[in-house]
Design a protein around this ligand. Structure first.
Ligand code: ZN
Length: 92
């Protein structure tokens, strides 16, 4: 498991403010893109991550659905926090 995600950009895809649900598209420096769901209440938490099938999975190389990115959700979450990406995405 030598893959290490590196968040390059985050954009908001959709949100339901009333429910506190947010969907972001997270792009990595290697071009891998993921759909990442957050719940805002009571605090921001990552609830689901799935890779967009634009490019093969950087871990298993499949070009269809796989669960690999689940293993990196903690690391990706940390990078999103450190980069203050949610604030930036919501300000767009
Ligand atoms: Zn995979």
């Amino acid at each position: 498991m030598s893959y290490r995600p590196s968040v390059d950009n985050v954009t908001k895809a959709s949100s339901n403010e009333k429910e506190g649900l947010y969907e972001f598209i997270v792009t990595m420096v290697d071009g891998t893109a993921c759909r990442v769901f957050f719940h805002r209440d009571p605090e921001w938490r990552l609830t689901h991550i799935s890779r967009l099938q634009r490019t093969p999975c950087p871990v298993c190389r499949k070009d269809f659905i796989c669960k690999c990115m689940d293993r990196f959700s903690g690391e990706i979450r940390q990078q999103i926090d450190h980069g203050q990406w949610i604030e930036k995405a919501l300000a767009q």
